[in-house]
Design a protein around this ligand. Structure first.
Ligand code: PMP
Length: 312
């Protein structure tokens, strides 16, 4: 049983309620059918106060998920952006921001007759409020080992497109990740149905080939906000970029490999299956991009200040 953080406030449909009261019934539609749409943002404590990274793009992605699913979201993006800012103000020290749109009602039919969508926003400190309170929870590994998952492809595009950040989209990857964990890997790498490299369970992937960073094209993967950040940062640190199909052989033979995601930023991959990447240590281009990204998110690069929404 997951222990509750006690002193946090959750924004729910326009009002703040205590963390422990932010529950839904076990028979709620989104829980039973996996129809919860969500997005996850990071909050950074900067010299100018707490700031949400790329708030606009994250909220836009939530609306895109809603559009793909046909989920009626009864808000404007501006309303949800200001609710996120309020949630950060209400919860000092937050490092994480999760926004979820769910159908809380209990439905008789598979297709809800009158889907009422509830939006909840939780701002919290992932270490103090979650990891420290749950002995089973582990902080993210600093360097990743990946197992290539060959039995399932990235997504069944005809079922749920990769661009929809909806709970049901994560189940197949989660099962595969459990299997990989038992073999000592941190995460899985999914291929697309043409056997090209796609993405990991909750991050996008890049290979460094001939000094340039190469990442699979957008139509095959979740539109990672950190992925687009890295594509924007790379020219600023003189690293060429390419978005193109990437084979497994190219990935395994790459000079460096890294993943990107909101929770960790730029994340070195040091092993894929039984092959060490860059001798099993983080490579120089990964480090350069990771450091630049860290500098930007902490508000120390004036050229990228508009990526941050200050909440004080
Ligand atoms: N792919 C998947 C499947 C994900 O769940 C995530 C995490 N949101 C990412 C990629 C990385 O996206 P972002 O950089 O926006 O966190």
């Amino acid at each position: 049983m997951t222990e509750m953080a006690t002193d946090r406030w959750i924004w729910r449909d326009g009002e703040f309620i205590p963390w422990a009261d932010a529950t839904v019934h076990v028979l709620s539609q989104s829980l039973q059918r996996g129809t919860l749409a969500f997005d996850y943002m990071s909050v950074h404590q900067t010299e100018q106060g707490p700031a949400i990274l790329k708030l606009g793009p994250h909220i836009a992605r939530l609306f895109e998920t809603g559009r793909i699913m046909g989920l009626p979201l009864d808000y404007t993006p501006a309303e949800l952006e200001s609710a996120c800012i309020d949630a950060v103000r209400k919860n000092p020290g937050a490092t994480s921001l999760k926004i979820s749109a769910l159908i809380p009602s209990i439905e008789v039919e598979l297709v809800p007759q009158d889907p009422t969508v509830s939006v909840v926003i939780a701002a919290y400190d992932s270490r103090k409020d979650i990891i420290d309170k749950n002995p089973g929870e582990m902080p993210h590994a600093k360097e990743l080992s990946l197992k290539i998952e060959r039995s399932i492809s990235n997504r069944r595009e005809d079922v749920i497109p990769a661009q929809a950040k909806v709970a049901a989209n994560y189940t197949a990857a989660l099962f595969a990740k459990w299997r990989a964990r038992r073999e000592g890997y941190d995460d899985i790498l999914l291929l697309d149905d043409g056997q090209f490299v796609a993405e990991c369970s909750t991050s996008n992937i890049f290979a460094v080939i001939d000094g340039a960073i190469v990442t699979p094209p957008e139509n095959r993967v979740l539109h990672g906000v950190t992925r687009s950040s890295v594509l924007a940062i790379a020219p600023a640190v003189d690293v060429p970029v390419a978005e193109r199909d990437l084979t497994v052989a190219e990935l395994i033979g790459a000079q460096e490999v890294f993943c990107t995601g909101t929770s960790v930023g730029v994340w070195p991959v040091v092993r894929i299956d039984d092959k060490a990447i860059n001798g099993g240590v983080m490579g120089p281009i990964t480090r350069k991009l990771r450091d630049k990204h860290r500098q930007i998110v902490s508000g120390q690069d004036s050229a990228f200040l508009d990526w941050l929404t200050f909440c004080n």
